[in-house]
Design a binder for this molecule. Structure first.
Ligand SMILES: NC(=O)c1ccc[n+]([C@@H]2O[C@H](COP(=O)([O-])OP(=O)(O)OC[C@H]3O[C@@H](n4cnc5c(N)ncnc54)[C@H](O)[C@@H]3O)[C@@H](O)[C@H]2O)c1
Length: 329
């Protein structure tokens, strides 16, 4: 019988790409998602169990029914600005929801967990690239909520025979190279889809938040990592857990920074159209540069990004956008 992996948030952007790789690796991905911010059409490689991670009875019954060998936990709210305006919503969903999943896993006897964490747990670091053991001082409720779950997992590891992998993504980008799935957030807050819209759609406009940072061109520098590369890192760490690895924390990025203006140039290069943009003020809490030191995951599991060069990121996102149009879904 095929081993099952429960994927909370599997109808979302990163979770759906993970489901494709889970299936390719010979497991059955069972998506658990309330579809509040996900899309049922993105659930293609296994069943969808519609439900909320805060619904304890539903979580318990799905765990009992499918008896997964591990849980990959993507379900969360992930907008920094929204988290500043609505902190309780973030702590309830991201921390409270994770606790429900962990408690019910423990009760049912499932002890392997992979967390989608984030570079936002580092706050505004003064080093680049950022190593995993750099002090974590988040500056917004979103990052704080993820760090809280990281701490819960550390305490679970001490108290129980429980193993978890904490994967701190930097900036997820791109789309499935076969065009099966891609990014569709409403509202969209990520730079690459916004820049593509600003190139392709006459009415779409892009604001660049600050051009006076201490970076080579004055705009913020981020470490963009292809969503399929994130997905394969989940498979590497899943297999390690199943082989007896005790778990750990890993940055997922490329080690290379790309500025906002470099992304805009790459969108122009790949689409043949210049995105229209204006320069706006800096946003509070935006660090000038966030780049991952990601040798740990390479050294331990041999993971290397394959699709994360800027032109592949942009061209796959562009192909997905063109496939979506004009329906928008
Ligand atoms: N996208 C990025 O650049 C990025 C970077 C760092 C970390 N992350 C983390 O990765 C994970 C996935 O991010 P994403 O960009 O795919 O987000 P997403 O919004 O596309 O996907 C999240 C999914 O979780 C579901 N969900 C949310 N709350 C739920 C609940 N209470 N019950 C059931 N389902 C629920 C949503 O419906 C959605 O399908 C998140 O945990 C996010 O914090 C993302």
């Amino acid at each position: 019988m095929t081993d099952t992996v429960l994927v909370t948030g599997g109808a979302g952007y990163v979770g759906s790409h993970a489901c494709k790789e889970i299936a390719a690796a010979g497991f059955l991905p069972v998506t658990y998602d309330n579809l509040e911010r996900g899309n049922d059409w993105a659930v293609k490689w296994g069943p969808l169990e519609k439900g909320d991670i805060l619904d304890r009875e539903r979580v318990a019954s799905v765990l009992e029914q499918h008896k997964p060998v591990a849980v990959m936990h993507f379900a969360a709210y992930a907008y920094v600005g929204e988290s500043v305006d609505e902190p309780a919503m973030y702590y309830r969903n991201n921390v409270g929801g994770a606790l429900v999943v962990l408690e019910e896993m423990f009760r049912v006897g499932i002890d392997k967990f992979i967390l989608s964490s984030t570079c936002s747990t580092f706050g505004v670091p003064d080093v680049s690239p950022i190593p995993e053991d750099y002090p974590q001082n988040p500056v917004n409720p979103y990052g704080a909520s993820k760090l809280m779950v990281e701490r819960v997992l550390a305490d679970y590891a001490s108290a129980h025979d429980f193993q978890s992998m904490i994967l701190r993504y930097f900036n997820a980008a791109g789309a499935d190279a076969d065009g099966d799935i891609g990014e569709l957030h409403k509202p969209e807050t990520h730079l690459i889809p916004l820049a593509i819209d600003a190139a392709l759609e006459p009415d779409a406009a892009l604001t660049v938040f600050g051009d006076d940072y201490p970076t080579p061109d004055g705009t913020c520098v981020r470490d963009y990592v292809h969503v399929t590369d994130l997905a394969t890192a989940h498979i590497s760490t899943l297999k390690a857990l199943l082989d007896g690895h005790r778990g750990g924390s890993y940055n997922l990025g490329t080690g290379t920074g790309t500025s906002v203006l470099e992304i805009i140039d790459a969108v122009e290069r790949n689409s043949g159209k210049r995105p229209s943009y204006t320069i706006g003020p800096r946003r509070d809490g935006d660090p000038p540069e966030l780049v991952a030191e990601c040798t740990r995951i390479h050294d331990e599991f041999g993971w290397t990004p394959k699709y994360s060069d800027v032109d592949t990121l942009i061209s796959t996102a562009l192909a997905w956008k063109q496939k979506l149009a004009p329906s928008g879904a």
